[in-house]
Design a protein around this ligand. Structure first.
Ligand code: AMP
Ligand code: MG
Length: 395
């Protein structure tokens, strides 16, 4: 078993990841949170015509400051060309009449009978939104490989795009090894524990937009593990498991993957979460996480997350770090890179969960994210640390 750094393991994982081959054309209205497969261009100028940015009067500056009001142009209407010496009453979004070169906001005018009097001298183009000033016809509005946010689908719709090509959702298979596992609702016999990883990993699969197939609890036996592995690999793009990747007597994941496909067993220089298995079975990839609940959560975020995002077709899979102030001391750092559970405090710094023991799942629920601390690096109160907030990691 080789000892690997987090970055080496990640580079190997990502080198193998390949984007799902299928593209679906779906309604733009349903495309939020999907990953765009083909860059989108606008087939029109936005705005599509010169229009008013204000309620006021469209004028020709050269005609002076007292102008006869001869027409009224509402949004959605089209006015007449501006005759010499006249102004058009105009409303926000309404097309600028031919001949006008400025809009004077109504607050800067007064009315005398049929005439408008301008109280200020308009600048050329004032309060006019020019055709194509936001988006030029033919210009790219959304790149391929972008996860579509609500504002992206709105942008697509603003240029009339009714459907969007997106990658089909990654099919993610999950199963959980361990004879000790029972589900909440079942009696907890002596020696048993609840299968909390099922909830954490299912939830993460949902966060990352996967189509999840959950094969449930698999007993510690080679035959059972091989059997479910074969089924999951046939049905999924990626299979993720928890437990059974140490080198204990009851750890059958390793021999099962080796019997069905290819396997790399890694000991990773990180805390929590040392063992990680990576392999492939026919056309499907396999990532085996440690059973320890904190370890499986952290290794999912650090390794499975970018692997899934790349498989899903995203270009940008590296997590975004925030430089933040540690309001704690961490004076006995590990010889491995550590992911510490921390939480924002009221003064904008980070507090540390009092125990960083990897068996304490409470720490992950209490925290707002992880401090990524290099090996052997002590942290002193006031130091700047690399913070990975959950809000950045959740996509
Ligand atoms: P393993 O990696 O199978 O050796 O498991 C390591 C530790 O994690 C053991 O204490 C297991 O009981 C625990 N564990 C394994 N799977 C789960 C699970 N699905 N939910 C909660 N704890 C688990
Ligand atoms: Mg086990």
């Amino acid at each position: 078993m080789s000892l690997l750094s987090v970055d080496e393991a990640l580079a190997q994982l990502l080198a193998d990841a390949r984007t799902v081959p299928d593209i679906e054309e779906i309604p733009t209205l349903e495309a939020t949170n999907r990953v765009l497969a083909v860059a989108q261009r606008s087939a029109m100028d936005v705005p599509p015509m010169d229009n008013s940015a204000m309620d006021g009067y469209a004028v020709r500056i050269a005609d002076g400051k007292k102008l006869k009001i001869t027409q009224k142009i509402m949004a959605g209407a089209v006015g007449q060309p501006l005759a010499p010496g006249t102004a058009a009453r105009i409303f926000t979004g309404a097309p600028i009449p031919h001949g006008a070169d400025a809009v004077v906001m109504q607050e800067h005018t007064s009315i005398e009978g049929d005439f408008v009097v301008l109280k200020s001298s308009p600048r050329k183009g004032e309060w006019i939104r020019w055709v194509g000033s936001d988006i030029k016809k033919g210009g790219e509005i959304l790149p391929a490989g972008k996860r579509l946010l609500p504002q992206d689908t709105g942008l697509a719709a603003s240029v009339g795009i009714k459907t969007l090509p997106v990658f089909r959702k990654v099919r993610l298979g999950l199963f959980f090894t361990g004879d000790e596992l029972v589900m909440p609702g079942e009696p907890l016999a002596p020696g048993r524990i609840y299968n909390s990883n099922r909830f954490t990993l299912r939830g993460l699969a949902e966060v990352f937009g996967c189509e999840t197939r959950d094969y449930g609890i698999v007993p510690d036996s080679l035959e059972a593990t091989r059997d479910v592995l074969r089924r999951a690999a046939a049905e999924c793009d990626v299979v993720v498991t928890s437990g059974g990747v140490s080198v204990g007597d009851a750890d059958y994941v390793k021999p099962a993957v080796e019997a069905e496909g290819r396997l790399l067993m890694w000991r990773i220089a990180m805390k929590p979460g040392r063992p990680l298995a990576f392999g492939s079975i026919k056309n499907s990839f396999f990532i085996g996480l440690p059973g320890n609940p904190v370890s499986s959560f952290v290794t999912f975020l650090i390794f499975v997350r970018p692997f899934l995002l790349k498989t899903q077709g995203m270009n940008d899979v590296a997590p975004k770090y925030i430089a933040a102030r540690a309001d704690f001391d961490w004076l006995e750092p590990d010889s491995r890179r550590e992911f510490l559970r921390v939480k924002w405090n009221a003064s904008g710094g980070l507090d540390l969960y009092p125990t960083q023991d990897s068996a304490v799942l409470t720490s992950t629920a209490w925290a707002d994210g992880l401090v990524d601390n290099p090996a052997k690096q002590a942290i002193r109160k006031g130091d700047s640390v690399r913070f990975l907030p959950y809000s950045e990691l959740y996509w």
